[in-house]
Design a protein around this ligand. Structure first.
Ligand code: RUB
Length: 321
């Protein structure tokens, strides 16, 4: 698929969910690397790949999986001295990323399922491949479980979730988002996914996740986040904030109604931030960690330590002098 086509599908949310977005971007870069060039030289290839990366990263600002995936794939350009080796580097990196992303979900499912007990009632919010994989694995392991799934206004990702759970044969209750607190005392465990995990263990996920986690914390229900290591945000080490995507108001209120309400402004943030205090465990493919250990993942699995940032800063400062 062409880069512009993939970018368009991500923007329109035809491809959605942090893991799927990351794999689609990697696949688009892979296909782009194979594309014949008008000028067959390494410089043209490099700048073409950089431009493609920018187009993909600009589609949705919150899911850190997207720039992380692009960064991992473009590392295939490093050290390449010929066009062929650069092409091969990008293709190899992209395929390896897609493969490892799928394996990561399988591994998260195995680890996450261990934290689900026979007889548990689980609440999930939005549609997370990683979170659902844990729930489905527990069901496959023979545990008797029941799920509460939220509707997820305004884009109704809950419909995708209940279809998947239904197809897996899991007993599921479908509730509106505002009913979470009414049912929280029936819940044993909350499992959600993540679009980004910051260095201090806060989790950015679908709008409403923080309300779910707050209710769970108040009711002493454990909250488990299923997140691949490439959803951890390296630049939060230097205090960079995760941008929260604000989507079109028409998703919430149709224009014909909005037009009759000139004093009303519709706000439509797509994600929110759940502080580490409300999270018990983050299940990654490398193991289950308390949120406070997020830095270890950023350093050991993504290879970004504070020293790298210091080095980068020194270089920048020298340039500015
Ligand atoms: C999707 C969402 C999901 C995370 C994790 O939001 O918030 O919980 O992306 O999903 P949207 P996964 O529908 O706006 O993309 O585990 O599949 O990566």
């Amino acid at each position: 698929m062409l880069v512009t086509e993939t970018a368009d599908k991500i923007k329109r949310m035809e491809i959605r969910g942090a893991g799927r977005i990351a794999r689609a971007a990697a696949q688009a870069l892979r296909d782009c690397a194979e594309f014949p060039l008008s000028k067959n030289d390494l410089g043209t290839f490099r700048s073409g790949m950089q431009r493609a990366a920018q187009v993909l990263v600009a589609t949705r600002p919150t899911a850190v999986s997207l720039p992380n995936a692009v960064h991992i794939v473009l590392a295939g350009l490093e050290g390449a001295t010929t066009l062929d080796s650069a092409r091969e580097g990008v293709i190899r990196r992209a395929e390896a990323f897609i493969d490892s992303s799928r394996h990561a979900v399988e591994q998260i499912a195995r680890i996450g399922a261990r934290h689900i007990a026979d007889g548990d009632t689980i609440l999930t919010h939005c549609n997370s491949e990683a979170a659902l994989a844990c729930i489905i694995q527990a069901h496959r392991d023979g545990k008797s479980i029941e799920v509460f799934a939220t509707e997820v206004r305004p884009r109704n990702q809950g419909l995708v979730t209940i279809r998947t759970l239904n197809d897996a044969g899991i007993k599921t209750n479908f509730i509106v988002d505002s009913a979470v607190r009414s049912f929280i005392n029936d819940i044993d465990l909350v499992i959600v996914g993540a679009d980004a995990v910051t260095v201090n263990g806060a989790v950015v996920n679908k709008i409403g996740t923080s309300q779910v986690a707050h209710s769970a914390s108040e009711a002493r229900v454990n909250v488990l986040v299923a997140a691949e290591t490439y959803k951890f945000a390296p630049r939060t080490i230097i205090g960079e904030l995760i941008e929260i995507e604000e989507r079109p108001p028409q998703e919430v209120l149709p224009d014909e109604i909005a037009r009759t309400l000139p004093h009303v402004t519709v706000r439509n943030p797509a994600f929110d931030v759940t502080p580490a205090d409300y999270i018990d465990l983050i299940v990654t493919e490398a193991g289950a960690i308390p949120p406070q250990m997020a830095y270890v993942i950023i350093r050991e699995y993504l290879g970004w330590g504070i020293e790298e940032f210091h080095k980068a800063f020194e270089i920048n400062t020298r340039h500015e002098e």
